[in-house]
Design a protein around this ligand. Structure first.
Ligand code: COI
Length: 365
């Protein structure tokens, strides 16, 4: 595997106070870049000072959306060590997304090394406060300049990162979600399982209407019948009806969330009956009416675990668990955050330690 060349910034920025952190507004001093050219493959992996790109106005990603990304986080534990959560799984998912968009595969070990290298170089940007982290955004864009619809012959793989707080302004407080029966995000056979710009573009209009009506997000139903739960767009959805935990199956229309997998693995370990099965909105609203809908929550890298306190559907509102965070929702949040910050055992080896100056100086002592 090629070495990653490093050029350090001559003008390192001021890191923001941890208490002021929101989501996706501030970026670190450096970024990772690697190019692809037909006939040459992926080449020139490098960490360079964070800076804008210059793109030809005909660059195909700007016209046809041949772009993918992923999102993962690095956490600083109370021991001062930095751990990245499930790096290999995010690298694998980036390549799965690449497959959907005709983007050439990247050596997964290179993706992982690039992520670790950027975090190592920008480690002073990993915040300290509980609930904060460094959000890492690997992205691939098609860079050939042409008009016409076909896969590009050149690509740029880049990674940027920035310190973040909670994704939703509500933090870990329950959110209000509107079930959309008017718009759809994706259909089976489409791009729903890929982390690609198109899926987010498709969600904007519905999300704006939901926000205007006082909801935080939209819960999308399946694109064919507008009957079965899909996902929220920024999160996978899970609910508990009596003692069964249910989440929609990975049919190709929804993202295979890594926090989704984390939550399912933990709950199975805890002995819960966990079903990855189709669930209709009518089953959910009936369960809300008869009192068997005990909890509902979303899972995602940005949001981690986000309790759903209220569901709006066809003009009716269904309050879940009195609008409060449920017991299992809270237990999941605590368990996942414990692994991420290194304060709880990590039986699956999900937390991937980064060589920090603190750790290096300890081992040298
Ligand atoms: C993530 O959870 O990492 C995502 O990519 C969702 C995004 C809308 C912030």
């Amino acid at each position: 595997m090629a070495n990653i060349a490093i050029t350090r910034s001559a003008t390192p920025g001021q890191t923001p106070a941890d208490e002021t952190l929101r989501f996706g507004k501030v970026f670190t001093d450096h970024m990772f870049l690697m190019n692809y050219d037909a006939g040459k493959g992926w080449h020139d992996p490098r960490v360079v000072p964070y800076a804008p790109f210059t793109l030809d106005p005909a660059t195909c990603v700007l016209h046809y959306g041949q772009a993918i990304f992923d999102g993962l986080k690095a956490f600083r534990g109370p021991d001062g060590r930095i751990r990245i959560f499930r790096t290999p799984d995010h690298a694998a998912r980036l390549n799965r997304s690449a497959g959907y968009l005709c983007i050439p595969q990247i050596d997964p070990l290179m993706i992982e090394s690039a992520i670790r290298k950027l975090v190592e170089v920008d480690q002073r940007w990993v915040p300290h406060l509980a609930g904060t982290s460094l959000y890492i955004r690997p992205t691939v864009i098609a860079t050939e300049a042409f008009l016409g619809v076909h896969p590009s012959s050149s690509y740029l793989f880049y990674i940027i990162a920035g310190p973040v707080g909670a994704y939703y302004p509500e933090g870990m407080n329950p959110v209000r979600i509107l079930v959309s029966d008017k718009y759809v995000r994706a259909v089976q056979g489409g791009l729903g399982a890929a982390k690609t710009a198109a899926n987010y573009a498709a969600s904007l209009f519905g999300a704006q209407e939901a926000e205007q009506a006082g909801y935080t997000q939209v819960l999308w139903l399946d694109g064919i019948h507008r009957r079965d739960l899909d996902e929220v767009g920024t999160m996978n959805i899970m609910l508990r009806i009596n003692d069964e935990v249910i989440t929609p199956p990975l049919t190709g229309a929804i993202l295979a969330g890594i926090t989704r997998d984390t939550a399912l693995t933990l709950m199975r370990d805890w002995g819960w009956k966990v079903s990855e099965r189709t669930i209709s909105i009518d089953e959910v609203t009936n369960a809300a009416k008869n009192g068997s809908l005990k909890e509902m929550w979303g899972t995602g890298t940005a949001a981690v675990i986000s309790p759903v306190g209220e569901l709006g559907y066809k003009g009716e509102n269904f309050v879940i668990n009195g609008g409060k965070t449920g017991e299992l929702t809270q237990k999941l949040y605590d368990a996942i955050v414990g692994i991420q910050y290194g304060t709880a055992p990590d039986p699956y080896g999900w937390a991937d330690p980064v060589e920090t100056e603190i750790a290096a100086s300890r081992s040298a002592a």
